[in-house]
Design a protein around this ligand. Structure first.
Ligand SMILES: Nc1nc2c(ncn2[C@@H]2O[C@H](COP(=O)(O)OP(=O)(O)O)[C@@H](O)[C@H]2O)c(=O)[nH]1
Ligand SMILES: [Mg+2]
Length: 328
């Protein structure tokens, strides 16, 4: 089955087709770009929430609780878990598993763990494509859970409109880790496990850290406390995510981010396409092989050869485009 064959099913609300499409995205099946192209017009409606934080901080438990809250507010939810160490199906305590099973029976909730196949760059790409597919499928809220605070995790949740950074009481030193990479991207800080000693102090620490931020900003990330295990503070968290969405819309930032994203995405796709087409064309061309030998024996240099080959390719490319325009 190819990705393009699944488009219709995804748009008509077939969950199994959505799951299949995400598997093909992970496998980089050749027709995936075409399928995503067909889905594109149907995207841009869901609100994407990214959640990151150390392993064991209660992210999956929190996601489960938030999902319950969104469902009572009649919102449909998609969940993508990019934390191979703690997928929703395992890892969590029995209670969590039972709660998640409740959602598994709820047809308005779609849950997906992303595989660990491929390098992290590929995982970021696959995750954003999966989120896009779920968006086209029509979920109101799409939650992406990822572990850690490194650069690659930041890439994974780069697609999010609202980013939650989770921390837990104690372990005073990890505030440094937050400072290093994550402070800039957090829209909301959540101190989970508020039932444990030191939660209030953690909130104070994060607020103090925010006070040292010299940037002028209209949205100062709120610092909230939750107890995901017992479901405390969840409604407030969901309210705050709504408020952040409203801020993004009212300030024009959502539209601005959308433009920025589209600009980057088009550039990436064009770069990829040009490189692939160029290499496809050159591969096995006698002229190309001769040029490589000449570079190796120093009778020509790679700079001039690159210039010549690209100029020639662009001229050919232009002719081909003009021809297909004439035919239309
Ligand atoms: N005491 C306490 N435990 C919690 C809380 N939230 C989650 N946990 C527990 O912390 C452990 C890790 O939770 P999990 O959601 O898998 O963390 P993740 O790795 O960040 O996704 C589980 O045993 C949860 O039951 C909380 O608010 N309080
Ligand atoms: Mg988890």
């Amino acid at each position: 089955m190819s990705a393009t064959q699944l488009v219709e099913g995804v748009l008509s609300g077939n969950r199994r087709d959505l799951a299949r499409l995400i598997s093909l995205i992970e496998d980089e099946e050749p027709s995936v770009p075409e399928a995503l192209g067909q889905l594109y017009r149907h995207t841009g409606r869901g609100h994407i929430v990214g959640i990151t934080g150390p392993p064991g901080s209660g992210k999956s438990t929190l996601v489960t609780r938030m999902t319950t809250e969104y469902r009572t507010r009649n919102k449909t939810v998609g969940i993508v878990c990019v934390d191979p160490s703690s997928p929703f199906t395992g890892g969590a305590l029995l209670g969590d598993r039972i709660r998640m099973q409740e959602h598994a029976l709820d047809r308005e909730v779609f849950v997906r763990s992303m595989g660990t196949r491929g390098h992290l760059g590929g995982l970021a790409r696959a995750t954003s494509d999966a989120v896009r597919a779920i968006d086209a499928f029509g979920k109101d809220i799409i939650i992406v859970e990822t572990v850690g605070a490194g650069q690659s995790e930041v890439e994974v949740i780069d697609i999010a409109h609202t980013i939650l950074v989770i921390d837990v009481p104690g372990a005073g030193d990890d505030i440094q880790a937050i400072k290093a990479g994550i402070m800039e991207i957090a829209d909301i800080f959540v101190v989970n496990k508020s039932d444990m000693p030191g939660a209030e102090r953690k909130v104070t620490e994060i607020n103090a850290m925010l006070d040292t931020d010299p940037r002028e900003r209209a949205w100062r990330p709120p610092v909230l406390m939750t107890n995901a295990r017992d479901g405390e503070g969840i409604a407030g968290l969901v309210d705050t995510i709504d408020a952040h969405r409203k801020y993004l819309v009212d300030s024009g930032l959502l539209a601005e981010k959308g433009l920025q994203r589209s600009r980057e995405e088009l550039k990436t796709i064009m770069e990829h396409k040009l490189t692939t087409e160029l290499m496809e064309k050159l591969k096995g061309l006698p002229e190309y092989e001769r040029a490589i030998k000449k570079i190796a024996d120093r009778s020509d240099d790679p700079y001039s050869v690159a210039e010549r080959l690209i100029t020639k390719f662009l001229a050919d490319y232009g002719r081909r485009v003009a021809e297909s325009e004439r035919k239309r």
